[in-house]
Design a protein around this ligand. Structure first.
Ligand SMILES: *[C@@H]1O[C@H](CO)[C@@H](O)[C@H](O)[C@H]1NC(C)=O
Ligand SMILES: *[C@@H]1O[C@H](CO)[C@@H](O)[C@H](O)[C@H]1NC(C)=O
Length: 302
């Protein structure tokens, strides 16, 4: 499994206050941590307003940028159409239901309350991407249901409180990281056959939230269509925030969206996929994901 795309590192001043963020980046070409760019932290002065769209009609000042983005997508990810595991594929496969499995790779306890806020944060965050697709060019789904169906932990006693209804895994991958049962992972059973999964269909998971202590101290993350890897401290410091911007950014990679560390689409200055330049999903992000819907729709014959 490729674990890539972006690691953002912000130097934090005090409780969750970001100042002078230093963006660091691991990607396929460099495979080592190197500082690429430093972005000023630019909070949008007003909330991003994303007008609904029913057809491809991006604002004039985004047309060229969107064209550049898709050309770059084809360059960076020529196999995009063969990959049947984009978050849109996951949504389409199960009528808007996305099942998460959480990989809990840190020594803290997981309380029932923390699990409930985690599920809400995942729903709220993915909803922001989903909402911009509703009603657009035949996107057929109107309701998103994000569930957390399982936890992978080093030791079952890290899970406090009521765990009935949850699949609990204590197996590890070769790196010693708790791993949800691959037999229940949709991406490895694209035909929908979950007969090898001990819990059957209800134990299917589509994607993972990976909370890893190795990222503690750095406010950073990784993301792709397997899921989002974040620092547990960053995640729980921000779990009730309306916009958990690193989670939103990493989810964006799961929809196929790129990083923008070394170039800027024409005319664009602030959007969540340009790390550090926006703290929420913006209209440009919305059009990038809508473009993916158009392309996937044609390719998949939806
Ligand atoms: C898909 O989801 C919608 C909205 O929740 C629901 O009304 C519909 O019955 C579902 N369709 C199927 C085939 O399950
Ligand atoms: C434990 O969780 C299950 C599944 O969510 C629920 O049905 C049950 O009522 C809960 N039990 C208690 C004692 O809260």
């Amino acid at each position: 499994m490729v674990k890539i795309l972006s690691l953002l590192t912000f130097s934090a001043l005090g409780m969750g206050v970001l100042a002078h963020p230093h963006i660091k980046h691991i990607d396929r070409r460099f495979c080592s941590l190197e500082e690429r760019n430093v972005f000023p932290r630019t909070d949008l002065t007003t909330r991003a307003v994303i007008p609904k769209a029913t057809k491809w009609s991006p604002p004039a000042n985004m047309v060229t940028g969107l064209d550049q983005v898709w050309k770059q997508t084809l360059k960076e990810n020529p196999g995009w159409a063969q990959d049947k595991n984009w978050i849109i594929d996951q949504m389409m496969a199960n009528n808007g239901t996305i099942n998460y499995c959480v990989r809990w790779n840190h020594p803290g306890k997981s309380t029932a309350a923390a699990r409930a806020t985690t599920a809400k944060a995942l729903q709220r965050s993915m909803q922001k991407w989903f909402d911009v697709l509703v009603g657009f060019e035949g996107f057929p789904l109107t309701k998103l249901a994000v569930n957390v169906v399982g936890y992978a932990v080093k030791n079952k006693n890290l899970l406090e409180g009521n765990i009935s209804g949850l699949d609990v895994y204590t197996t590890k991958n070769p790196d010693g990281v708790p791993e949800c049962d691959p037999r229940c992972y949709r991406a490895t059973h694209l035909n929908g056959d979950m007969s090898q999964c001990p819990g059957g269909k209800k134990s299917r998971y589509d994607i993972s939230l990976w909370l890893d202590e190795s990222l503690t101290g750095e406010i950073g993350g990784y993301g792709y269509n397997w899921g989002q890897e974040l620092s547990p401290k960053y995640f729980f410091d921000n779990v009730n925030s309306e916009n958990i911007h690193i989670l939103l950014h990493e989810m964006g990679h799961g929809f196929g969206l790129l990083d923008f560390y070394d170039w800027t689409p024409q005319g664009q200055t602030n959007f969540i996929m340009m790390a550090g330049s926006a703290m929420e999903v913006t209209e440009f992000d919305a059009w990038m994901v809508r473009d993916w819907w158009r392309k996937l729709k044609a390719n998949r014959k939806w």
